[in-house]
Write a protein that binds this ligand. Structure first.
Ligand SMILES: Cc1ncc(COP(=O)(O)O)c(C=O)c1O
Length: 391
């Protein structure tokens, strides 16, 4: 089966965050929206058909997740990431961001410190601060065109109040797929200092070959014992609107604490269509995903070539994973609002301003490339035109 990722599907007037709400969120609506992290590709038939089949039953009352739902997750993680997960380790969550917040509530107390590694997915910051915990930064370093971890700084940042580190593995927005060596070093520091690891692996299926994803919890039993892993089919198969994800915890003590925090808020019910879509995706999605990743690779090659030939002032941090591209605008010498306004109002692009991802994000913009290549080409033309004529 050959899937067509070039097809343009009009998402306007579907209450789509990315295409219908640019004005509300970015302040401009005549931009190419490349901000929210979802894809403009059609959901493959094996998922839509499963949803339609369930919809045809026409009673949507309270439901549980069937065994097939769990088996599909277990098989996917084993086959794709060589991770042998037991059924009881898997806890449903309506989303990863809710799960990060629940983990903060379950494992830390007000006044405790939690570390994040900026520039990073910014809802990590509010998950810490909104609950009265203290946010500490272990800033990543941009070295040889790749965001890398700064272990010396991490050791300095951990003190007696530090209870947890939240990592994005692979990394959003920088696209680094953390290596076994990097994750092992991080975990060794966390073991020595008794810090829990919250490993957000929502982007784990989106790693470009020949690089592989390393599941933090697979490094050793000792590491697994202090790791809370979060995964979902939402980025991989574009199912974010179905609010279905998993938290995987092998340590029973941590697992029970997390479950209590989920159950106290009655967030464990989920929705019928999310369960059906997740099972279909993990059971039949491998071929689609392979082709989608090849298509993304084509988009990356297109951007790389275009920037080098026509826009040398903007540089791409080549991602090892994710469909986000971290673009370095620092050579344009625009700061803060000037850069934001230039991208939005002159280039007419709806990107995410780097400063929102915390220290290290200033001067960068994040572009979502999970769309037909013709849209990428349009975006590149707009950027080139704006830089050449309006700067
Ligand atoms: C690292 C990371 N975690 C979590 C999310 C969102 O998770 P959810 O929609 O399940 O809350 C995203 C979305 O972009 C993300 O990049």
């Amino acid at each position: 089966m050959n899937y067509n990722f070039d097809e343009i599907i009009d998402r306007k007037n579907t209450a789509c965050l990315k295409w219908d709400y640019s004005k509300e969120f970015l302040g401009e609506d005549d931009v190419i929206p490349m901000w929210v992290a979802d894809m403009d590709f059609k959901t493959p038939d094996f998922i839509s058909d499963a949803i339609k089949k369930r919809a045809n039953h026409e009673i949507y009352g309270y439901s549980a997740r069937p065994e097939g739902y769990f088996t599909s997750i277990i098989n996917w993680l084993d086959k794709k990431h060589h991770w042998k997960v037991e059924r009881e380790w898997i806890i449903f969550s309506p989303g990863i961001v809710p799960a990060v917040n629940l983990a903060v509530l379950a494992f830390t107390q007000p006044g405790d410190e939690i570390i994040a590694q900026p520039p990073v997915y910014f809802p990590f910051f509010s998950a810490v601060k909104d609950h009265g915990r203290i946010l500490a930064y272990n800033q990543l370093k941009l070295e040889n065109g790749r965001l890398s971890m700064d272990f010396e700084d991490l050791e300095k940042k951990i003190n007696t109040k530090t209870k947890m580190i939240i990592i994005s593995n692979p990394h959003n927005p920088g696209g680094s797929a953390w290596t076994k060596a990097e994750l092992t070093r991080l975990a060794e520091i966390c073991i020595a200092k008794n810090v829990l690891i919250l490993s957000d692996e929502i982007h784990s299926d989106l790693v470009f070959k020949p690089i592989h994803h390393t599941v933090t919890a697979t490094l050793s039993k000792e590491i697994a014992d202090r790791t809370i892993t979060m995964i979902a089919p939402s980025k991989t198969f574009n199912l974010a609107g179905l609010s279905t994800s998993s938290v995987i915890i092998s340590n029973p003590e941590l697992r029970n604490a997390f479950k209590r925090s989920l159950e106290n808020l009655h967030l464990g019910q989920g929705n019928i269509f999310g369960a059906v879509a997740s099972e279909a995706a993990y059971s039949h999605g491998e071929e689609w995903l392979e082709q989608m990743m090849d298509y993304l690779k084509g988009n990356l090659a297109f951007i790389d070539d275009y920037l080098k030939r026509n826009i040398p002032g903007v540089k791409m941090i080549t991602p090892e994973a994710t469909y986000m591209v971290w673009l370095d605008f620092r050579d344009l010498n625009l700061k803060g609002k000037d850069l934001r306004d230039f991208v939005l109002k002159k280039a007419k692009l709806g990107l995410v301003d780097g400063s929102i991802f915390g220290p290290g994000g200033e001067g960068f913009q994040r572009m979502n490339i999970a769309c037909p290549q013709s849209i990428i080409a349009d975006a590149m033309h707009r950027l080139e035109h704006a830089i050449k004529n309006q700067l």
